[in-house]
Design a protein around this ligand. Sequence first.
Ligand code: PLP
Length: 409
Amino acid sequence: MTETLAPAAPPRSALTQEVLDLYGRHVIANYGRLPLVVVRGRGAEFWDAEGRRYLDMFPGWAVSGLGHCPPRVVEAIRNQAERLIHMDNTFYNEAQARLAERISTTSFGGKCFFCNSGAEAIEAALKLSRRYLVEKKKYKFVTFEGGFHGRTFGALTATAQPKYQEGFGPLVPGFVYCKFNDVAGLRSAVDGETAAILVEPIQGEGGIRPASLEFLTAARDLADKHGCLLIFDEVQTGCGRTGKWFGYQHYDIVPDIMTLAKSVGGGTPLGVMVAKSEIAAALVPGTHAATYGGNPLVCAAGVAVFETIEQDGLLENSRVMGEYARGLLEEVKKEFPAIVSEVRGVGLMLAAELTHEGKPLVARCLEHGLRINVTHDTVIRFMPPMIVTREQLDEAVTILRKSMREVWG
Ligand code: PLP
């Protein structure tokens, strides 16, 4: 099969050209950006400066789990901004308390530390683990190939993928890498010096790869046996998109620490580390902090995220629409058996593994008004917002099919 040429790029508006030029002169080019200037978003759609509409099946890289500008979140931000945008952690603020209660009661009753991103939540989890176990001289971390935990030094070291670490050494000492879903490998990696096992219940960036029940059960048993901690990175799986509040709830295996970011803030920069109370107690004043952490504005947005999911029945919608979307992708697989080798995922966290490089497909879909993502070259990530409708999924898959036909004939 050969790739056909892409249609000619549509003309750019003066605004688009100006923004692209300003980026060229003043913004570090560390992202491979597509040449669109996005000016507005609503639900599962956004619009560019040319007025073109796009259907967004990967909103905000899983940040906009409720879609763009969810109404309750917009209202909560507006109300909070009028009263108090930022207040430091010298004092208490109501929004932080309310959000901590929501997270604690929907998960395992732990306590929250607030920060601004997934990587920061991971740093907090790593630091807490070492601090909690310092007297037992446990300091090692076991993490997994294909995992992704962020770009700061601790999170980057935890990310057992050479392509992200290249050129940044020396990394943080004390990390041991294992194959994902390899129980025997995990058993041989955990020992009396292990402070924590850090794992995503479903690897996201790694290609939507769910952990096996056997693997997570072994991780829990090993942590209990060796007196180390089990950390679940729920930055991508968290807050409902899998059809349950958190990915671990599909397995009934409770972690000691959980990290959240992305969808928990409804589009605002919010990261959270949740730890069982007795472990959390190790972070006494002065041990760890984040200046913006638990800022009233983002926490008000976070509370609105939980309210929206509850009041609009979005866990159920994620399950139902997840099944529907999966069925549509299975149909695509049937139509293109030489190109789609597997469809996998949970709820609205779905992937189609291709036998071909996925980039041309992503580009062609965008030209037709559909935004999807490719990870690890050949895995199409399909992570629609939790408010997605059947009609939107139908439209998305129609564009996907048409684009596949055009790219691979
Ligand atoms: N953990 C997981 C599972 C992620 O998917 C990501 C980002 O994609 C991170 C951590 C890092 O989050 P952030 O980019 O907010 O630092």
